[in-house]
Design a protein around this ligand. Structure first.
Ligand SMILES: [Zn+2]
Length: 233
């Protein structure tokens, strides 16, 4: 992967200096130096991505909303969730969306051994592929923490790491429709990759309610601005 070595050096240092999830402080730098990794896109385009699913309650609601707006997105699934809810994983793929892997469990790579990180990614990938029926070539590490070990294993497994340029901080208990949309707009929608969560399995319980309201508003905003949407990979 182009830029993998720089990414490893930069992000390992960044992660060591700062605990996850809190990447916003180096957004300006990474957007400029690692645009592919961060999901920078041409002006006029935006990719919407969802992490932590598939969830039997909230993912189908996300799929309905996307289908009504004729939007295709990318879902970074946890292997553990995909194994428990294979019908939902399959519905995502059958809806024409792209499936990526977010690991087996939602663990921070910063505090884990090299072989454990490899097992987590490999097993996560195979469970997501088995459940969804789609080959997976895209990965996003939990908390956005890309250690050197994670990058080496991703390359071995033919997985391209992808982070994001804009997030709604929808995992917080205090998040509202308004706060999520205003966070997304502040970081920028045009020419970027948006991070949301289609499950509250690692977030504040019920946080997907505010996310769904915000998603509806975001899709209207995207349409009003005439932006093109597509899967991230
Ligand atoms: Zn996550």
């Amino acid at each position: 992967m182009r830029g993998a070595t720089q990414a490893a050096t930069f992000l390992a240092g960044a992660a060591a200096l700062h605990s996850a999830p809190a990447l916003s402080w180096f957004f300006p730098a990474t957007k400029r130096f690692l645009p592919t990794l961060m999901g920078v896109r041409p002006a006029g385009e935006v990719a919407i991505t969802f992490d932590d699913g598939p969830d039997p309650v909230s993912t189908p609601l996300v799929l309905d909303l996307l289908a009504r707006n004729e939007v295709k997105a990318t879902f970074f699934m946890l292997g553990d969730m995909a194994k428990r809810h294979p019908d939902v994983a399959r519905a995502v793929a059958e809806g024409g969306h792209q499936v990526g892997v977010h690991g087996l469990y939602h663990r921070n790579a910063l505090f884990r051994s090299y072989p454990t990180i490899g097992y987590d990614l490999e097993r996560g990938k195979s469970l997501v592929e088995e459940s969804s029926g789609q080959a997976v070539h895209l990965m996003r590490p939990p908390y956005g923490v890309l250690s050197t070990a994670m990058l080496v294993h991703a390359r071995r497994l033919d997985l391209r790491p992808l982070l994001w340029t804009s997030w709604g901080r929808d995992w917080r208990a205090a998040a509202t429709r308004q706060s999520i949309v205003s966070d997304l707009v502040r970081h920028g929608i045009d020419g970027g990759t948006i991070l949301l969560h289609d499950s509250d399995c690692t977030s504040a319980p019920g946080s997907t309610h505010a996310m769904l309201e915000a998603l509806e508003e975001l899709l209207a905003l995207i349409q009003a601005r005439g932006l093109r949407t597509m899967p991230a990979g």
